[in-house]
Design a protein around this ligand. Structure first.
Ligand code: FES
Length: 158
């Protein structure tokens, strides 16, 4: 007869429910559900959203990197998001789109105190993004920047 493989629908003890679940292959879910009920504790490991150092990630800001990656008087290009961050003075950070307004090349960084584009030589102000020279028709659009705990976060554009 098949007495062991059938799970009885009759009032079952906790033991028979667990045994039945194990036999039917759904032990994983059943065991985790049962173990938190009677063992006391142990169910606090639920997955929560990251909220350990503030809520900047949840407000749509994008973490770029560390402030230490941006040299004073220079810049760092975060290519994956096409943002250039400059540090004209120690502790002052500015962010702009890294896409040249002339023909769409990615700017090359900072040289001689200006953001330069390697394609046709446009130059931009490191503090304002304004055009200093070359064929660029307009300034690099600035991007809101938040500095928290030594990290740089780009604010979402509106
Ligand atoms: Fe930058 Fe032409 S694309 S100067």
């Amino acid at each position: 007869m098949n007495d062991q493989s059938a799970c009885p629908a009759s009032p079952a003890t906790r033991r028979t429910v667990l045994q039945c679940a194990a036999l039917t292959g759904t032990a994983g879910l059943a065991l985790t559900a049962c173990s938190s009920g009677s063992s006391g504790g142990g169910s606090t490991a639920s997955a929560s959203t990251t909220d350990s150092t503030g809520s900047s990630a949840s407000s749509g800001e994008v973490e770029l990197g560390m402030t230490s990656e941006v040299p004073v008087g220079g810049a760092k290009i975060f290519r994956e998001v096409q943002i250039i961050v400059t540090q004209p003075k120690a502790g002052t950070f500015k962010a702009f789109t890294a896409i040249c307004t002339h023909a769409g090349c990615t700017v090359g960084g900072v040289a001689n105190g200006a953001i330069f584009c390697p394609c046709h030589g446009s130059l931009y102000n490191v503090e304002t993004g304004a055009v200093l020279g070359g064929p660029a028709p307009s300034a690099l659009p600035s991007i809101g920047l938040d500095v928290q705990g030594g990290k740089l976060f780009a604010k979402p554009s509106s």
